[in-house]
Design a protein around this ligand. Structure first.
Ligand code: NAG
Ligand code: NAG
Length: 405
């Protein structure tokens, strides 16, 4: 019964985005797996860049890890601007370096002369720590959504970066959930707008009711009969069941060994992938670093957005909402309070950041400076960080905009 409902749902939700079985790729997979096992600082120094690691504590006592590449391989003179990068769901600071020195955004920005900082949200494997709660045993540790990441983690990390560098503001670049947390921060704590020189949203996520990811539709479908959902994806920490992953496998997997690997990875199964942009050589490295961990509540919160069509705070049900927010429904994030300059970069085949949803976000933001559709039809959600042509299609645009500010 469950399977039947789920697959009829997929039939409705999903039409064109299934990758073909005949993938042809740069396929020296498993030749060099070293980067899969090394830590983020080890990889960065291996490629000849300086790296620093810092730990910060949020007001609610989560211990977070920050990585910094203070300059490129050949340091440039002159004043340095700070570029702060924030990863998406199930990801970490590793996202920005996995593609290697020619293509990883962190390296590219460092070589352009930026002082690059990379945050890690609570609950991923680099920020899975707390001053007194144990993530292995404490339910309380996992009781957070991206709301708390935007409200506590991001301001804590940004304040630390500004303090360390003596700067008044910084460039903020977010991918996916890293854009959601930016909107949460700047709408809930508007004084942080002044600390943002400009923000670049790669694959922006605020409204979600037009997204097409089949596995996110399943999560949204089961969000109300919650116990089913929690059995599928984990009660506190996101630990998808084999049943849940098998649903993804049935949708996404061809016979090709590459798709077989991809659809066993929760991140790719949820976000999709475009064969054209996928560099097979990077697969083992990606698999070594992602999925990096998230709470179940982050997914439940997104599922609520898919069902409601609102970009608003977590809904606990009528009675608890009344207690917590003083209203039956949770309050919406007020996009008009986001006065920092914002640029939106999105793509047509993105399974999560649907064009209609991005356009609605664009109209709501108080100080949006531009929106750019990636000039490649097949570009998908994760291609913004891992795509073969991410540099020419996305990063060069961001860099040229930053240079003018
Ligand atoms: C967690 O933080 C404490 C400091 O409060 C540190 O001693 C410990 O090594 C950290 N654990 C991990 C897994 O990083
Ligand atoms: C794939 O990644 C490897 C390792 O970073 C790189 O050497 C290669 O040039 C990439 N291939 C393409 C087509 O971008």
């Amino acid at each position: 019964m469950l399977t039947l409902m789920v697959f009829s749902l997929i039939g409705l939700a999903h039409s064109s985005a299934i990758p073909p079985n005949n993938l042809r790729l740069d396929y020296q997979v498993f030749s060099d797996q070293e980067d899969a096992k090394l830590s983020v600082p080890e990889i960065i120094t291996k490629y000849g860049y300086p790296c620093e690691e810092y730990h910060v504590v949020t007001p609610d006592n989560y211990i977070l890890t920050l990585h910094r590449i203070p300059h490129g391989r050949t340091p440039k003179n002159g004043p340095k601007e700070v570029a702060y990068l924030q990863h998406g769901i199930l990801s970490s600071s590793a996202d920005w370096i996995i593609s290697g020195p020619e293509k990883g955004l962190a390296y590219v920005l460092a070589d352009e002369g930026y002082d690059v900082w990379m945050g890690n949200a609570r609950g991923n494997k680099l920020s899975r720590n707390h001053t007194y709660l144990n993530p292995d045993t404490s339910d309380e540790f996992w009781d957070f959504s991206w709301h708390e990441i935007g409200y506590y983690d991001l301001p804590t990390m940004i304040d630390f970066v500004l303090e360390q560098t003596g700067k008044a503001d910084l460039f903020h670049i977010g991918h996916s959930q890293g854009t959601t947390t930016f909107y949460v921060m700047t709408s809930m704590r508007p004084d942080y707008n002044a600390k943002i020189k400009a923000h670049f949203s790669l694959a922006p996520i605020a409204y979600m009711n037009h997204m097409t990811s089949p596995l996110m539709h399943i999560i949204a479908f089961w969000q109300k009969p919650l116990t089913v959902l929690l059995n599928l994806i984990g009660v506190r920490e996101f630990l998808p069941s084999t049943e849940f992953m098998a649903m993804g496998g049935n949708i996404l997997c061809g016979d090709d060994s590459l798709t077989q690997i991809l659809c066993k990875n929760a991140l790719f199964a949820i976000c999709g992938f475009s064969p054209k942009e996928m560099n097979g050589t990077l697969l083992p490295i990606m698999s070594g670093h992602t999925p990096a961990g998230s709470s179940t509540k982050q997914f439940m919160h997104y599922a609520q957005e898919i069902n409601s069509g609102y970009f608003r705070r977590f809904s606990y049900g009528v009675f608890q909402n009344l207690q917590k927010y003083g209203s039956i429904w949770p309050p919406s994030y007020d996009l008009r309070k986001i006065t920092a300059p914002v640029y939106l970069l999105y793509s047509k085949n993105d399974w999560l950041a649907g064009k209609i949803d991005v356009d609605r976000l664009y109209k709501g933001l108080a100080n949006v400076k531009g929106r750019f559709m990636v000039a490649e039809e097949s570009f998908n959600h994760l291609d913004f960080v891992f795509g073969i042509r991410s540099r020419e299609l996305v990063y060069n645009k961001v860099i040229s905009l930053m240079a003018k500010l």
